[in-house]
Design a protein around this ligand. Structure first.
Ligand SMILES: *Cc1c(COP(=O)(O)O)cnc(C)c1O
Length: 397
């Protein structure tokens, strides 16, 4: 099919919810993808922080093919070795004893919200309030878009679920003021992604942990985007030495195969009883095999450490671009390979210019170029993307 044929069918039959780039992608290898016309792109969006191993990683491909031949799905009415071992593996890696598998970040967060409510209500029936941050992103279900502190995601869907409150991110005084015995959870991204790549001050998360302890509230850390080694540690909260009560994962967990996870401390997890929560697909053997394979490569190739080193190199190069284009680039920030470049304007034009020059990135929060490449990228790929961005910025001058 030609790109035009694909675009015409999509325009007629797909729900009109996405503003897509006029590109139809057909295959990928490592950090590169090719479109239907054979044009090659360097992929520094990685399916929005999903393809942590890049495209077509042999170990992941082999594990998926092998598992598909053995069994794709069987229902959570039965045990599978793949799911039990993945739960044990994530428990060991996170220090949180209990795991539930979903299919996406929104579903993992929906489960976290439900668990926090049940846990809070067992203490006191009005201990139900969940505090989240402005500019956060937690998903598109009704509860998770309510948790998301960006009103434009909520407009049109009212009435929204009750019991959510919002505070500015990285502002301890505001959080302290918002907390009360009614607070059952504080839900935060350790590094905000969709909201524009915001890294908190060093003391923020440890102090949030203390506030949660003081009020008997659970700390939910949404690691859907920042987790899986992207920031230089398997979980972003590990940079600050805090231990959340509940952690959610998705995006990179299956290396591209849909899987989400909710991890919880034993005592909190005990608030759920048989029948309290569930899923048809979540944690099926195919998804669990993909997550195992992704975690294998993460460990074998020491990708978190590699992401830390590449991220430092990448941000140094981007600061070089900032010096060259001071009127266009306002800030470079991030951790590891979760990088944001705040621009003075024309974010979507820069994305389009980069695409013309063979680079895939996106623009979030209206003005922040989001650079979340596969964790397997090497210096040569970083240099190639910096050259693409240099040329793209030059196009706009
Ligand atoms: C992408 C994202 C989600 C939602 O994940 P989906 O898989 O799209 O439902 C939730 N939280 C964060 C931090 C995200 O980046």
């Amino acid at each position: 099919m030609t790109k035009q044929e694909v675009m015409a069918l999509d325009a007629r039959h797909y729900l009109p919810v996405f503003t897509r780039y006029p590109v139809a992608l057909s295959r990928g290898e490592g950090p590169y993808v090719w479109d239907t016309e054979g044009k090659k792109y360097l992929d520094f969006l990685a399916g929005i922080a999903v393809n942590v191993l890049g495209h077509a990683h042999p170990h992941l491909v082999q594990a998926i093919a092998q598992q598909a031949g053995q069994m794709i799905h069987c229902s959570n009415l039965y045990y599978t070795e793949q799911q039990a071992t993945l739960a044990a593996r994530l428990a060991a890696l996170s220090g949180l004893e209990r795991v539930f598998f979903a299919n996406s970040g929104a579903e993992a967060n929906e489960g976290a919200i439900k668990l926090a409510r049940k846990f809070g209500k067992a203490v006191n029936t009005d201990k139900i309030e969940i505090i989240t941050a402005w500019e956060s992103f937690h998903g598109r279900t009704l509860a998770t878009l309510t948790a998301t502190g960006q009103p434009h995601y909520q407009h049109g869907y009212e009435p929204l679920p009750a019991g959510f409150a919002y505070v500015p991110y990285n502002d301890l005084a505001a959080l302290e003021q918002a907390m009360s015995p009614r607070t059952c959870a504080v839900m935060l991204e350790a590094i905000q992604g969709e909201g524009g790549i915001h890294v908190p001050d060093a003391g923020y998360l440890p102090a949030v942990r203390q506030l949660c302890d003081r009020y008997g509230a659970v700390l939910i850390c949404d690691e859907v985007q920042a987790g899986m080694g992207r920031t230089g540690k398997l979980f972003a909260f590990q940079h600050w030495g805090v231990q959340p009560d509940i952690v959610t994962m998705a995006k990179g967990l299956g290396g591209g195969v849909p899987i989400g996870a909710l991890l919880a401390r034993e005592q909190v997890a005990q608030a759920f009883h048989p029948g309290d929560h569930g899923t048809t697909f979540g944690g099926n053997p195919l998804a669990c095999a993909a997550a195992h394979a992704t975690l294998d490569v993460l460990a074998q190739e020491q990708l978190p450490q590699h992401a830390a080193a590449m991220g430092e190199y990448f941000m140094a190069q981007l600061r070089g671009l900032q010096a060259k284009y001071p009127a266009l680039i306002k800030a470079v920030r991030g951790k590891g390979l979760m990088v944001g470049v705040e621009v003075a304007g024309q974010g979507p034009d820069i994305v389009a210019a980069a695409m013309r020059r063979g680079g895939l990135i996106n623009c979030t929060a209206g003005k922040v170029l989001r650079l979340v490449p596969p964790l397997i990228v090497r210096r040569q790929h970083v240099d190639e993307m910096v050259a693409i961005l240099d040329a793209a910025l030059g196009d706009l001058c």
